[in-house]
Design a protein around this ligand. Structure first.
Ligand code: NAG
Ligand code: NAG
Ligand code: NAG
Ligand code: NAG
Length: 342
């Protein structure tokens, strides 16, 4: 991986991101790398996107992998000339045309890109379709640092125990990962973060169940212990020691199994709509479910994940200034229904 280029990119665009300073970067960091500014005097972000062409990273691609591969959580190694700076200037569609959101014969529903800004007041039709989350859990999972986020992969650990049934189809939980801020919005509000549970049916059809992460109302509130355990289990990854690690449940926390479905309860309300992957190649045809109620996560736990995203030691993974959220895409009159976990 070309860490040097990424390092340059990371610094060259710092000036555009005042918030980065607020997020723990000292003025000394900027001064020490001032030569990066002159390397890209004009359009530093575009230059970075081009230089990133030379970067290899891994992505889970639903568009190219066959259903068996997806079910196994296989990741294809491919060139990834994208990052979380360049999309502000429209670079994603240049490399990955689907990200533009134009339908084509192969992808007639590509106008339905994700994420979206959900208008909570609707009008949304209630659905009678049943969503159920099943399974005992996984004794272990692979925690890994990928191109743009931290992922907890169950399929890679040989576990297909967790399944979601939706509209009569059974989907196996392949992996979950986190975005910060949230990608999906509710009435224009971005939450502090979002967890995506990525599922695959036996024919490869994807289902993503998203849950907002938000700060507790009072500072004394510890936030969700389960998410805390997940972030804690990846601390050595955050520190840049191991990019991938098999974590067993006994190490992970307070249960015999790792089971993110513990975070949901029967009766929890959700929105459902057609969408896409929120990262290149932005493949459409994804069943989306966004839980209405956020899970509360403490500020120190957000800080752990934020440090991970901002970590300069992440060689070859594009720095995102501590954020990895794609902006909302046009609704284009898509139908949103509301339901609840049965
Ligand atoms: C799957 O669940 C069964 C119990 O239903 C358990 O015995 C088994 O260890 C689990 N598999 C993994 C890989 O966690
Ligand atoms: C990152 O790259 C530097 C220099 O190329 C190397 O010393 C360091 O060990 C690398 N860190 C990781 C986590 O790979
Ligand atoms: C990193 O991974 C190696 C190989 O899997 C393992 O031996 C080592 O203990 C891990 N380090 C940490 C800090 O978990
Ligand atoms: C959405 O629907 C309205 C009314 O049916 C229509 O006027 C409008 O053009 C549609 N917008 C898009 C983007 O399809």
């Amino acid at each position: 991986m070309n860490g040097q280029f990424l390092h340059i990119c990371w610094v060259a665009t710092l000036s555009a991101w005042v918030s980065a300073v607020a997020n723990g970067l000292s003025p000394g960091d900027l001064a020490a790398d001032s030569e990066c500014e002159s390397s890209f005097p004009e359009s530093s972000e575009r230059a970075c996107a081009v230089s990133a062409l030379q970067t290899r990273a891994k992505v889970t691609s639903f568009s190219t992998a066959n259903s068996q591969d997806v079910a196994k959580g296989v990741e294809s190694e491919k060139l990834l000339p994208w990052n979380y700076h360049a999309f502000q200037q429209g670079d994603w569609p240049r490399m990955y045309p689907l990200c533009e959101g134009n339908p084509n014969p192969d992808h007639p529903n590509n106008q339905f890109q994700s994420p979206i800004d959900i208008p909570s007041r609707g009008p949304h039709e209630p659905t009678d379709e049943r969503l159920s989350l099943n399974g005992w859990g996984c004794t272990q999972a692979v925690f890994q640092l990928l191109h743009d986020y931290l992922e907890v992969n169950f399929a890679d650990a040989g576990c297909t125990n967790l399944t979601a049934t939706w509209k009569g189809t059974t989907y196996t939980l392949v992996q979950l990962h986190f975005h910060m801020m949230s990608e999906v919005q509710l009435d224009g509000k971005k939450f502090m973060g979002e967890m995506h549970m990525v599922h695959s049916a036996s024919d490869g059809s994807p289902l993503v169940i998203g849950t907002f992460l938000d700060l507790p109302q009072s500072a004394e509130d510890m936030g969700n212990g389960y998410v805390h355990d997940m972030f804690l289990a990846c601390t050595d990854i955050v520190n840049g020691l191991n990019l991938s690690r098999l974590v067993s449940a006994y190490e992970f926390g307070r249960y015999d199994v790792i089971n993110p479905y513990f975070l949901q309860r029967a009766g929890n309300k959700f929105y459902s709509y057609p969408g896409s992957l929120t990262t290149p190649p932005c493949t459409p045809g994804v069943e989306w479910i966004s839980m209405a109620e956020p899970i509360l996560v403490s500020q120190p736990d957000f800080d752990i994940y934020h440090a991970f995203l901002s970590n300069r030691l992440r060689n070859g993974t594009q720095n995102s200034y501590g954020f990895d959220d794609r902006p909302p895409q046009p609704l284009n009159n898509r139908t949103i229904v509301i339901g609840e976990i049965k």
